[in-house]
Design a protein around this ligand. Structure first.
Ligand SMILES: [Zn+2]
Length: 213
């Protein structure tokens, strides 16, 4: 059996989490998301919970000493022995360096490209119901009545993470810190680029072409 160790990169809003989830069921290997590792740490009230929560609310980077520990712990579990898909990592050169020095190597790096304009349009349309947790999008999946939850009639809210100033800051971080990492993988010849400005199904189809050899 072929072992795939895959990194999926792309700006916030590119759908890399969704695509990783689709790919995980096709390749039958687990998907790991740094964002999810951070959220789990907060929800499970782990050692770094307070620190991680504050940083995420500001749209800033979680420090490497924390990312590294959370990732090493995750990759020490049995379920990754046949490979894994990791989404949103490495997002800067420091992570790239320590990952390849101390942890592992990738077989494929997929980058889902999306313009800033499209990313902002996608993310800023998101709304959530604080009552039932249902998620909407004002363009792609709107509620029946203006910003009101279909289920419980409560006014929908924008998550702190989805506010325009936080999104813009994240996109800047992506251009400054993640794009140099992408260039490294391009030089190494393991980079596969996919156009993210398509439907979920079409992006998935393009990604699957990489693995039909
Ligand atoms: Zn609701």
């Amino acid at each position: 059996m072929k072992v795939y160790k895959i990194s999926v990169l792309g700006p916030q809003g590119s759908g890399k989490g969704t695509q990783s989830a689709l790919l995980t069921s096709k390749l039958n290997i687990p998907a790991i998301s740094m964002g999810q590792l951070f959220r789990d740490e907060v929800e499970q009230k782990g050692k770094y919970a307070d620190e991680v929560e504050k940083i995420m609310n500001k749209g800033e980077m979680v420090p490497e000493r924390i990312s590294k520990v959370l990732l090493v712990n995750r990759l020490s579990r049995d379920d990754v022995k046949n490979g894994y898909i990791i989404d949103g990592f490495p997002r800067n050169m420091e992570q790239y360096e320590y990952f390849h020095r101390d942890i592992d190597e990738f077989t494929h790096v997929i980058v889902i490209n999306l313009s800033d304009e499209k990313a902002i349009e996608r993310i800023s349309g998101r709304r959530i119901c604080s009552e039932c947790g249902k998620v909407y999008h004002m363009v792609y999946y709107p509620p029946q009545y203006d910003e009101i939850c279909d289920e419980c009639g409560k006014k929908l809210e924008i998550r702190d993470d989805d506010k325009p100033e936080v999104i813009k800051r994240r996109l800047e971080v992506y251009h400054t810190y993640t794009e140099p990492v992408i260039e490294k993988y391009r030089e190494e010849g393991i980079l596969y680029e996919v156009d993210g400005d398509q439907s979920i199904e079409d992006v998935h189809r393009d990604i699957m072409k990489i693995f039909t050899d």
